[in-house]
Design a binder for this molecule. Structure first.
Ligand code: AMP
Length: 299
Protein backbone atom coordinates (compact mmCIF):
# COMPACT_ATOMS: atom_id res chain seq x y z
CA UNK A 1 0.00 0.00 0.00
CA UNK A 2 1.13 3.61 0.09
CA UNK A 3 0.70 6.51 2.47
CA UNK A 4 0.49 10.18 1.54
CA UNK A 5 0.77 12.89 4.19
CA UNK A 6 0.14 16.59 3.79
CA UNK A 7 1.05 18.95 6.58
CA UNK A 8 3.39 21.65 7.76
CA UNK A 9 7.17 21.68 7.50
CA UNK A 10 8.27 24.34 9.88
CA UNK A 11 10.72 26.25 11.95
CA UNK A 12 9.58 26.02 15.56
CA UNK A 13 10.62 28.24 18.44
CA UNK A 14 9.92 26.30 21.59
CA UNK A 15 10.14 27.05 25.27
CA UNK A 16 9.69 24.34 27.88
CA UNK A 17 10.88 24.09 31.51
CA UNK A 18 13.97 22.36 30.04
CA UNK A 19 15.06 25.27 27.85
CA UNK A 20 14.41 27.31 24.76
CA UNK A 21 15.21 26.49 21.14
CA UNK A 22 14.98 29.04 18.34
CA UNK A 23 13.83 28.07 14.85
CA UNK A 24 14.49 24.35 15.01
CA UNK A 25 13.00 22.08 12.38
CA UNK A 26 9.47 20.91 13.12
CA UNK A 27 6.03 20.80 11.55
CA UNK A 28 3.27 18.24 11.53
CA UNK A 29 4.37 16.63 8.26
CA UNK A 30 7.97 16.41 9.49
CA UNK A 31 7.14 14.58 12.72
CA UNK A 32 4.52 12.41 11.06
CA UNK A 33 6.72 11.27 8.19
CA UNK A 34 9.79 10.58 10.33
CA UNK A 35 7.66 8.47 12.70
CA UNK A 36 5.93 6.63 9.83
CA UNK A 37 9.26 5.96 8.10
CA UNK A 38 10.00 3.16 10.58
CA UNK A 39 7.16 1.14 9.01
CA UNK A 40 6.74 2.35 5.43
CA UNK A 41 7.90 4.92 2.84
CA UNK A 42 5.58 7.88 3.34
CA UNK A 43 5.07 10.36 0.50
CA UNK A 44 5.04 13.93 1.73
CA UNK A 45 3.20 16.98 0.41
CA UNK A 46 4.14 20.41 1.67
CA UNK A 47 6.00 23.61 1.03
CA UNK A 48 9.13 25.20 2.47
CA UNK A 49 11.07 28.37 1.76
CA UNK A 50 14.62 28.49 0.49
CA UNK A 51 15.74 28.89 4.12
CA UNK A 52 14.76 25.29 4.98
CA UNK A 53 17.87 23.21 5.80
CA UNK A 54 19.20 20.92 3.09
CA UNK A 55 20.27 18.47 5.81
CA UNK A 56 16.64 17.90 6.76
CA UNK A 57 15.72 17.13 3.17
CA UNK A 58 18.67 14.72 3.00
CA UNK A 59 17.46 13.16 6.26
CA UNK A 60 14.02 12.58 4.69
CA UNK A 61 15.67 10.87 1.72
CA UNK A 62 17.87 8.76 3.97
CA UNK A 63 14.77 7.60 5.85
CA UNK A 64 13.10 6.54 2.59
CA UNK A 65 10.56 9.39 2.63
CA UNK A 66 9.31 10.31 -0.84
CA UNK A 67 9.85 14.07 -1.34
CA UNK A 68 8.41 14.48 -4.85
CA UNK A 69 5.50 16.40 -3.33
CA UNK A 70 7.72 18.80 -1.39
CA UNK A 71 7.92 22.26 -2.97
CA UNK A 72 10.81 24.61 -2.25
CA UNK A 73 9.79 28.17 -3.13
CA UNK A 74 11.26 31.65 -2.68
CA UNK A 75 10.29 33.07 0.71
CA UNK A 76 10.31 32.03 4.34
CA UNK A 77 9.32 28.65 5.79
CA UNK A 78 6.26 28.44 8.08
CA UNK A 79 7.19 29.47 11.63
CA UNK A 80 5.40 28.47 14.83
CA UNK A 81 6.27 29.51 18.36
CA UNK A 82 4.92 27.69 21.38
CA UNK A 83 5.45 27.70 25.11
CA UNK A 84 4.86 24.98 27.71
CA UNK A 85 4.69 25.46 31.46
CA UNK A 86 5.14 22.74 34.05
CA UNK A 87 2.17 20.82 32.68
CA UNK A 88 3.32 19.42 29.31
CA UNK A 89 -0.32 18.94 28.27
CA UNK A 90 -0.91 22.68 28.32
CA UNK A 91 0.67 24.79 25.62
CA UNK A 92 0.33 28.36 24.47
CA UNK A 93 0.81 29.29 20.86
CA UNK A 94 2.79 32.50 20.90
CA UNK A 95 3.03 33.03 17.15
CA UNK A 96 1.99 31.38 13.88
CA UNK A 97 3.56 32.79 10.71
CA UNK A 98 2.18 30.99 7.66
CA UNK A 99 4.74 32.55 5.26
CA UNK A 100 5.06 30.29 2.17
CA UNK A 101 1.95 28.34 3.21
CA UNK A 102 -0.20 31.40 2.44
CA UNK A 103 0.02 30.90 -1.32
CA UNK A 104 0.47 27.14 -1.40
CA UNK A 105 -1.61 25.43 -4.10
CA UNK A 106 -0.72 21.76 -3.74
CA UNK A 107 -0.62 19.63 -6.87
CA UNK A 108 -0.19 15.92 -6.15
CA UNK A 109 2.43 14.07 -8.24
CA UNK A 110 0.67 11.39 -10.32
CA UNK A 111 1.84 8.38 -8.30
CA UNK A 112 0.58 10.06 -5.11
CA UNK A 113 -2.95 10.19 -6.55
CA UNK A 114 -3.38 6.43 -6.21
CA UNK A 115 -2.41 6.38 -2.50
CA UNK A 116 -4.24 3.87 -0.29
CA UNK A 117 -3.86 5.81 2.94
CA UNK A 118 -4.00 9.57 3.30
CA UNK A 119 -3.14 11.59 6.38
CA UNK A 120 -4.21 15.22 6.42
CA UNK A 121 -1.97 16.52 9.19
CA UNK A 122 -2.64 19.82 10.90
CA UNK A 123 -2.75 22.44 8.17
CA UNK A 124 -5.39 24.83 6.79
CA UNK A 125 -8.55 22.69 6.30
CA UNK A 126 -9.09 24.18 2.83
CA UNK A 127 -5.70 22.78 1.80
CA UNK A 128 -6.63 19.44 3.37
CA UNK A 129 -9.77 19.40 1.24
CA UNK A 130 -7.82 20.33 -1.89
CA UNK A 131 -5.44 17.43 -1.43
CA UNK A 132 -8.17 14.95 -0.66
CA UNK A 133 -9.97 15.84 -3.89
CA UNK A 134 -6.85 14.80 -5.83
CA UNK A 135 -6.58 11.28 -4.41
CA UNK A 136 -8.54 8.83 -6.55
CA UNK A 137 -9.71 5.94 -4.36
CA UNK A 138 -8.12 6.02 -0.92
CA UNK A 139 -8.91 3.09 1.36
CA UNK A 140 -8.45 5.09 4.56
CA UNK A 141 -8.34 8.85 5.07
CA UNK A 142 -7.40 10.36 8.42
CA UNK A 143 -7.15 13.96 9.51
CA UNK A 144 -5.69 15.92 12.38
CA UNK A 145 -6.07 19.57 13.28
CA UNK A 146 -4.95 22.22 15.75
CA UNK A 147 -6.85 24.84 17.74
CA UNK A 148 -6.02 27.68 15.32
CA UNK A 149 -8.14 26.02 12.60
CA UNK A 150 -10.96 25.08 14.99
CA UNK A 151 -11.21 28.75 15.93
CA UNK A 152 -10.56 30.39 12.57
CA UNK A 153 -12.09 27.98 10.02
CA UNK A 154 -14.66 25.75 11.77
CA UNK A 155 -16.89 25.49 8.67
CA UNK A 156 -14.06 24.30 6.42
CA UNK A 157 -12.88 21.89 9.09
CA UNK A 158 -16.32 20.30 9.49
CA UNK A 159 -16.55 19.93 5.71
CA UNK A 160 -13.33 17.86 5.67
CA UNK A 161 -14.41 15.91 8.75
CA UNK A 162 -17.44 14.59 6.85
CA UNK A 163 -15.13 13.04 4.25
CA UNK A 164 -12.63 11.24 6.48
CA UNK A 165 -12.60 7.78 8.08
CA UNK A 166 -10.54 8.71 11.08
CA UNK A 167 -10.19 11.90 13.10
CA UNK A 168 -7.14 12.51 15.29
CA UNK A 169 -7.20 15.33 17.81
CA UNK A 170 -6.04 16.05 21.30
CA UNK A 171 -8.31 16.29 24.29
CA UNK A 172 -8.42 20.08 24.34
CA UNK A 173 -9.18 20.34 20.62
CA UNK A 174 -11.95 17.74 20.79
CA UNK A 175 -13.59 19.55 23.67
CA UNK A 176 -13.30 22.87 21.84
CA UNK A 177 -14.77 21.45 18.66
CA UNK A 178 -17.71 19.64 20.24
CA UNK A 179 -18.34 21.95 23.20
CA UNK A 180 -18.43 18.83 25.38
CA UNK A 181 -16.38 18.34 28.54
CA UNK A 182 -16.84 14.55 28.67
CA UNK A 183 -14.53 12.82 26.19
CA UNK A 184 -16.85 9.89 25.50
CA UNK A 185 -19.73 12.22 24.69
CA UNK A 186 -17.38 14.31 22.56
CA UNK A 187 -16.12 11.22 20.70
CA UNK A 188 -19.66 9.97 20.06
CA UNK A 189 -20.70 13.38 18.74
CA UNK A 190 -17.79 13.32 16.27
CA UNK A 191 -18.61 9.79 15.14
CA UNK A 192 -21.98 11.13 13.99
CA UNK A 193 -20.28 13.70 11.77
CA UNK A 194 -18.60 11.28 9.37
CA UNK A 195 -15.53 9.44 10.68
CA UNK A 196 -15.73 5.76 11.67
CA UNK A 197 -12.97 6.22 14.24
CA UNK A 198 -11.86 9.04 16.49
CA UNK A 199 -8.41 8.94 18.10
CA UNK A 200 -8.24 11.22 21.10
CA UNK A 201 -4.70 12.04 22.21
CA UNK A 202 -4.41 12.65 25.92
CA UNK A 203 -0.72 13.53 26.33
CA UNK A 204 0.79 11.83 29.38
CA UNK A 205 -2.45 9.87 29.77
CA UNK A 206 -2.12 8.11 26.43
CA UNK A 207 -4.89 7.92 23.87
CA UNK A 208 -8.41 6.68 23.39
CA UNK A 209 -9.61 5.27 20.08
CA UNK A 210 -13.36 5.12 19.61
CA UNK A 211 -15.43 3.59 16.82
CA UNK A 212 -19.09 2.72 16.48
CA UNK A 213 -18.70 -0.62 18.28
CA UNK A 214 -15.16 -0.15 19.40
CA UNK A 215 -13.25 1.45 22.20
CA UNK A 216 -9.56 1.04 22.98
CA UNK A 217 -7.42 2.83 25.47
CA UNK A 218 -3.64 2.97 25.26
CA UNK A 219 -1.32 4.28 27.95
CA UNK A 220 1.51 6.68 27.43
CA UNK A 221 4.96 5.36 28.28
CA UNK A 222 5.72 6.35 31.89
CA UNK A 223 8.14 9.21 31.44
CA UNK A 224 9.56 11.38 34.21
CA UNK A 225 11.06 14.09 32.06
CA UNK A 226 9.11 15.46 29.13
CA UNK A 227 11.78 17.60 27.51
CA UNK A 228 9.64 18.89 24.61
CA UNK A 229 6.08 17.68 23.94
CA UNK A 230 5.99 19.26 20.46
CA UNK A 231 5.20 16.78 17.75
CA UNK A 232 3.98 14.05 20.08
CA UNK A 233 0.56 14.14 18.41
CA UNK A 234 2.02 13.99 14.91
CA UNK A 235 4.40 11.20 15.88
CA UNK A 236 1.42 9.29 17.30
CA UNK A 237 -0.32 9.73 13.95
CA UNK A 238 2.81 8.71 12.02
CA UNK A 239 3.38 5.56 14.05
CA UNK A 240 -0.32 4.69 13.83
CA UNK A 241 -0.78 5.20 10.08
CA UNK A 242 2.68 3.94 9.15
CA UNK A 243 1.96 0.69 10.95
CA UNK A 244 -1.46 0.29 9.24
CA UNK A 245 0.17 0.88 5.86
CA UNK A 246 2.72 -1.82 6.63
CA UNK A 247 0.23 -4.47 7.79
CA UNK A 248 -2.31 -3.64 5.07
CA UNK A 249 -5.25 -4.25 7.38
CA UNK A 250 -7.71 -2.08 9.25
CA UNK A 251 -9.04 -4.84 11.50
CA UNK A 252 -9.82 -3.90 15.09
CA UNK A 253 -6.83 -5.94 16.21
CA UNK A 254 -4.46 -3.98 13.96
CA UNK A 255 -6.04 -0.66 14.95
CA UNK A 256 -5.25 -1.51 18.57
CA UNK A 257 -1.65 -2.36 17.71
CA UNK A 258 -1.39 0.78 15.57
CA UNK A 259 -2.47 2.87 18.58
CA UNK A 260 0.25 1.26 20.69
CA UNK A 261 2.91 1.94 18.03
CA UNK A 262 1.61 5.52 17.81
CA UNK A 263 2.02 5.91 21.55
CA UNK A 264 5.50 4.35 21.41
CA UNK A 265 6.67 6.81 18.72
CA UNK A 266 5.22 9.77 20.63
CA UNK A 267 7.01 8.62 23.78
CA UNK A 268 10.38 8.87 22.02
CA UNK A 269 9.70 12.26 20.42
CA UNK A 270 9.18 13.97 23.78
CA UNK A 271 12.55 12.78 25.11
CA UNK A 272 14.41 15.59 23.33
CA UNK A 273 13.78 18.91 21.58
CA UNK A 274 12.37 18.88 18.05
CA UNK A 275 13.08 15.82 15.93
CA UNK A 276 16.42 14.99 17.61
CA UNK A 277 15.20 11.76 19.21
CA UNK A 278 13.45 10.57 16.05
CA UNK A 279 16.72 11.07 14.17
CA UNK A 280 18.67 8.70 16.40
CA UNK A 281 15.84 6.20 17.00
CA UNK A 282 16.08 2.60 15.78
CA UNK A 283 13.49 -0.10 15.07
CA UNK A 284 14.80 -2.43 17.84
CA UNK A 285 14.22 0.40 20.36
CA UNK A 286 10.66 0.79 19.08
CA UNK A 287 10.02 -2.96 19.30
CA UNK A 288 11.49 -3.11 22.79
CA UNK A 289 9.25 -0.31 24.05
CA UNK A 290 6.23 -1.94 22.35
CA UNK A 291 6.86 -5.01 24.53
CA UNK A 292 7.24 -2.80 27.61
CA UNK A 293 3.79 -1.36 26.87
CA UNK A 294 2.41 -4.90 26.79
CA UNK A 295 3.90 -5.69 30.20
CA UNK A 296 2.56 -2.48 31.62
CA UNK A 297 -1.05 -3.49 31.07
CA UNK A 298 -1.09 -7.27 31.47
CA UNK A 299 -2.38 -8.66 34.74
P1 AMP B 1 1.73 18.54 17.77
O1 AMP B 1 1.96 17.16 17.30
O2 AMP B 1 0.30 18.86 17.97
O3 AMP B 1 2.59 18.91 18.94
O4 AMP B 1 2.17 19.50 16.55
C1 AMP B 1 3.20 20.43 16.63
C2 AMP B 1 3.64 20.88 15.25
O5 AMP B 1 2.55 21.51 14.56
C3 AMP B 1 4.74 21.92 15.35
O6 AMP B 1 5.95 21.37 14.88
C4 AMP B 1 4.26 23.11 14.50
O7 AMP B 1 5.20 23.53 13.56
C5 AMP B 1 3.00 22.61 13.82
N1 AMP B 1 1.92 23.62 13.83
C6 AMP B 1 1.56 24.44 14.83
N2 AMP B 1 0.51 25.21 14.47
C7 AMP B 1 0.20 24.87 13.18
C8 AMP B 1 -0.78 25.32 12.24
N3 AMP B 1 -1.65 26.26 12.55
N4 AMP B 1 -0.81 24.72 11.02
C9 AMP B 1 0.07 23.75 10.73
N5 AMP B 1 1.02 23.28 11.56
C10 AMP B 1 1.10 23.84 12.78
Amino acid sequence: MSLVVVGSLAFDTIETPYGRRERIVGGSCTYFSLAASFFTRPKIVGVVGEDFPRETISLFEKKGIDIQGLKIVPGKTFHWEGRYGNDPNQRTTVKTELNVFKDFKPQLPSDYQSADLVFLANIDPDLQDDILAQVKKPKLVAMDTINLWIQSKPGSLLKVLEKVDMFFANEEEIKMLTQETNLIKAGKKLLLKGPSFVAIKKGEHGALVMGKDFIFSVLAHPCEEVIDPTGAGDSFGGGFMGYLDKVKSFSHKEIRRAAVFGSVLASFTIEDFGVERLKSLSLPEIEHRFLQFKKLVSF
